[in-house]
Design a protein around this ligand. Structure first.
Ligand SMILES: [Zn+2]
Length: 293
């Protein structure tokens, strides 16, 4: 069997960012010329991509051929504009979410992508994975099709498949899927899509790489279904508003995370309502809260 094409190496740079993710940092990645999630400007990221640290002057060639984000939450986009200026690289956004992208980053994208497209001139492809946020995408290195006939252009059997998965998954714990940005049905579908594709490794937006994607995706799916069961139990036990459902669905002390718990429960109630598993009266009880990261 012929040797697979060499895959681009992956560089991870951990950035100190105001995030509610437990690790307190956001990961930027560089692979195949694509800079993913430049959430803050740091010397380490400057060095990784080859821009001058001092003075911020443009010194010509850098390792960056395109800039994109997994989604537009504030803890992923902070230095998009700055690195676009520094590198001169095109900024590329999902075609369906350009306005949201511009509002979050202050940058009008130079190009757009859709599901399965290469991102600019890089070998990295976009994989729609909504749920954590409506504009959430992941970026795949190597073949992304589950079937060989999908594996067009550059995809080689045997190529390790790796995915920059943003806030779809984390190695430990779970990510927030909360109203109004979060959609649990989309989130579960996205996890299932990634699990089925069979990536060799996931690179999340927060924390270390995930070397057992199948196990972690299944754990995250099970976690959501367990929480859904708890919310449904709370409703069936007589909860008549969101507060009651939160109280019933969580046993732990929610000090400091009450807003996240509430947003999570609302997202579960929205799913249950859409599926006809709780009464229509819940439509009026679900109040929309401000977005959480
Ligand atoms: Zn996020």
């Amino acid at each position: 069997m012929a040797a697979p094409d060499p895959k681009p190496s992956v560089t991870r740079i951990e950035l100190p960012v105001d995030t509610r993710a437990p690790v307190g940092t956001t990961n930027a990645y560089l692979a195949g010329g694509l800079l993913v999630d430049p959430a803050a400007r740091t010397d380490a990221l400057d060095a990784a991509i080859g821009v001058a640290g001092a003075g911020g002057d443009e010194t010509g060639k850098t390792a960056v051929e395109a800039i994109a984000v997994t989604h537009t939450h504030p803890d992923h986009v902070g230095a998009v504009a700055e690195y676009a200026d520094l590198t001169g690289a095109p900024v590329i956004a999902h075609a369906d979410h350009v306005d949201r992208f511009t509002a979050a980053t202050g940058v009008d994208p130079d190009e757009t992508f859709r599901d399965g497209d290469r991102v600019g001139d890089t070998p990295v492809r976009a994989v729609e994975t909504p749920g954590h946020a409506p504009d959430h995408v992941a970026f795949a290195v190597g073949s992304i099709g589950g079937d060989s006939e999908d594996a067009d252009g550059g995809a080689v059997d045997g190529t390790p498949r790796e995915l920059f998965c943003g806030d779809l998954a984390v190695a430990e714990g779970s990510v927030v899927v909360g109203a109004p940005d979060g959609d649990l049905r989309d989130y579960l579908d996205s996890l299932e899509r990634v699990r089925k594709t069979g990536y060799d490794r996931l690179y999340p937006g927060h924390g270390p790489a995930i070397d057992d994607p199948n196990v972690v995706c299944q754990r995250l799916i099970d976690h959501r279904l367990d929480r859904e069961r708890a919310v449904l139990d709370a409703v069936e036990a007589g909860a008549s508003d969101v507060e009651g459902a939160v109280d019933g669905a969580y046993e732990k002390d929610l000090t400091g995370v009450a807003d996240l718990a509430r947003a999570t429960v609302v997202a579960h109630l929205e799913k249950l309502l859409a599926e006809g598993r709780i009464g229509r009266e819940w439509a009026g009880r679900i109040e929309r809260d401000p977005p959480v990261k």
